[in-house]
Design a binder for this molecule. Sequence first.
Ligand code: P5A
Length: 442
Amino acid sequence: MRLSRYFLPILKENPKEAEIVSHRFMLRAGMIRQHGQGIYSWLPLGKRVLDKVNRIIREEQDRSGAVELLMPTMQSADLWIESGRYEAYGKEMLRITDRQDRAMLFGPTNEEMITEIFRSSVKSYKQLPLNLYHIQWKFRDEIRPRFGTMRSREFMMKDAYSFDLTREGAEHSYRKMFAAYLRTFDRLGLRAIPMRADTGPIGGNLSHEFIILAETGESEVFCHRDFVKFDIPAEDLDFDNVEKLQGIFDQWTSLYAATDEMHDADAFDALPEGERLSARGIEVGHIFYFGTKYSEPMNAMVQGPDGKEHPVHMGSYGIGPTRLVPAIIEASHDENGIIWPDSVAPFDAVIINMKVSDEACGSVSERLYEALSNAGLDVLYDDTDERAGAKFATADLIGVPNQIVVGPRGVAAGEVEVKNRRSGERVAMSVDAAIARLTAGR
Ligand code: P5A
């Protein structure tokens, strides 16, 4: 991508409405644009990161055996009346009436709709277990939307729904998602801690929130310090291995970890002082087992091996991609801007041509651009006629992991400078060496 043809509306000044660092950098880096309270467009740079986040979420859902579909944002109130949640959901639900005076709503979650899809086509236990997911916009009329896309009204959610014949089966499905979530957050460069959590309007009594510790987090959380020591489930984990999944779950739930609502002060205070961590956190995922809460009122039954009809046991599992992007920034930045983990960086490398009027700089930059792009890297080529200082500031702000600086003096000596955004290390090397270094392992 040539920066001269791209759309990257960088802000030079700090936007005054931004209270936390991720919101400030997302606005300054031209990733998002606000339209109303808690409503945002994702501009090209932001969209690239969001797509990469979603790709990782999708890969890990697929790996665990979940199957993707896509449900609409608009739902009919009838289904919610059937489940008994239409009134109970309250003011957070955006209710809409269509031209035929039918009661509709912008979905805040999809338990009812997925149960409707399930009951219309699955009739036998032989088709179970089943886990269906989608990545779709939701709307919740939050009382206090804030911190940019961290808590917005329109936001994206990956929501998965599991169906099993028995409670034991459903608990195994729960543990599958538990392990898949640990892998997902790890690949996003985050250490998420599963904490016992309240179930709120979704229901049930088994639930974990996945929390990223951050000073700017909205939740107050309490946990043991040793979570950092636990291993993340391996890529080749067999998700059908009941014992293995149970082992992972047991380990990750063996230490104290609870959100404010579930906090047991006596149990926590009984821990030695050095092991206690009382902190703030960002909830990036939340999983629930709620049994037959929806299948019973909505009559989602399957025939069991005994020939009888059984209400199906369900769970639901949410991740917030549009919250994860700012959460990653909260966890990884410095005073100059964002420092993206490689896995979600909008570009892998940025070529900074310090003097576009110089023919030699132009041809070296073009050569780099072509070679890196051909090797499959996402490359941004800063071919604008901005001052060098402004170009460096932009590259640091948008957080691309590798910067290649092409300047007249270096080029005359046959060299470019390769800078690592995270470590700040700068190394001068030949163009060929720079290409070899950045394409290594591709
Ligand atoms: C689980 C999937 C549910 O809605 N039903 C389907 C269940 N859970 S949840 O905890 O309410 O939301 C799941 C995740 O969505 C993100 N999220 C938000 N992101 C941005 N702005 C919001 N206002 C918002 N509300 C929820 C969170 O990541 C949450 O864990």
